[in-house]
Design a protein around this ligand. Structure first.
Ligand code: GDP
Ligand code: CA
Length: 328
């Protein structure tokens, strides 16, 4: 089985751990994660790729679970040195083990390798797959397309808005710098086209999934793939599970509501992306309306507390994909 997952960082990594655990004991399967690169940036002379690293660390089991970012067991000594030199952003600390990844990535890029190859070399360090499930991480694009936030006080990098301002300055718009000339990374369109199922992780619909879909060709690939496309709501009972996705949704005029996000992605029968959609049980009442709109909808607990709860979500998504097998 070939499963392709569009994913951002934390929500994406938890979901991907569930995909891996759901497939580890079955037939050999290939999981391809198409990962958001809009949060990437140059900082202190280094190329940072937050979502790729969050996913790689989580799958490798070397992430700092408590903090929610970076590597377990790292120190801030290097970051403190950088701050003493006035280099980088004082509010954006990077642990020393994490900085090792950024130095390695920057070295690969400096040698002329594309981000996708740098990612392959970085992730080769750890087994990301498990049992019968192999996993490849593909950046959505090798090009430097960064998400910027337009506020009343000007435009700034998404990470500055998110981390320094805690999304408190109302976002008027999100822009992807240089997106027009960008292309999907090698393998991305094929992974979407040739998949048995395409899953949209419960990642931020605007600045994770939306940014991936904004790379020319990717939205079209999802809309036209013969594979069923199933999405998972990251909004439960009208609130984000963690993070500030509500601040992103309101900027694009979408309510913080699982059904509103599904309608934002749209049913494939009307040129949208979704064949199916999973909502939490507390949002079960929205299923009938979504079904009427052409999106097969199931309700079940969507909080990913551990691998077991993520596996149940993934199994429901795969079941929903199989239940409409008139396509492909
Ligand atoms: P980021 O790149 O680290 O911001 O992470 P993502 O974009 O991948 O995921 C952020 C989204 O994941 C947020 O909108 C959260 O509401 C959602 N999320 C986080 N934890 C859970 C969970 O346990 N269940 C569900 N359904 N969504 C979650
Ligand atoms: Ca992110």
């Amino acid at each position: 089985m070939r499963v392709t997952v569009l994913a951002g960082g934390v929500g994406g990594s938890r979901f991907l751990k569930g995909v891996r655990a759901a497939l580890r004991d079955g037939e050999p399967s290939e999981i391809t994660a198409v990962v958001n690169t809009g949060d990437d940036m140059w900082l202190a002379g280094l190329r940072i790729a937050p979502d790729l690293d969050t996913i790689a660390y989580a799958l490798a089991g070397v992430n700092d679970e408590e903090r929610g970012w970076g590597r377990a067991g790292e120190t801030m000594r290097v970051s403190e040195e950088l701050a003493a030199f006035g280099v980088g952003w004082p509010w954006f600390t990077l642990g020393d083990l994490d900085l090792g990844t950024h130095i390695a990535r920057t070295a690969f890029l400096h040698d002329g390798l594309p981000l996708s190859e740098a990612t392959r070399r970085i992730t080769a360090r750890w087994p990301l797959g498990a049992g019968a499930a192999s996993i490849e991480l593909l950046p959505a694009t090798d090009d430097e397309v960064e998400t910027h936030v337009v506020t009343d006080d000007g435009e700034l990098h998404f990470e500055e808005w998110w981390t320094r301002l805690r999304a408190a300055a109302p976002a008027r718009a999100f822009v992807q710098t240089g997106v027009e000339a960008s292309r999907p990374a090698p393998g991305v369109l094929e992974a979407i086209r040739d998949a048995d199922v395409v899953l949209l992780a419960p990642s931020n619909p605007v600045v994770s999934i939306g940014t991936i879909l904004g790379i020319p060709g990717i939205r079209d690939a999802v809309a036209t793939t013969p594979a069923p496309v199933i999405g998972v709501a990251g909004i439960i009972g009208g609130a984000v599970v963690r993070g500030m996705a509500d601040a992103c949704l309101s900027a694009i005029g979408v309510a913080t509501d699982a059904a509103a996000v599904a309608r934002h992605y749209g049913p494939r029968s009307a040129g949208g992306l979704l064949d199916g959609w999973l909502v939490d049980e507390v949002d079960a009442a929205s299923a009938a309306g979504l079904e009427a709109d052409g999106i097969r909808t199931r309700a079940l607990p969507l909080r990913m507390r551990d691998d077991a709860s993520s596996v149940a979500i993934v199994r429901a998504a795969l079941g929903l994909a199989a239940s409409g097998s008139t396509r492909g």
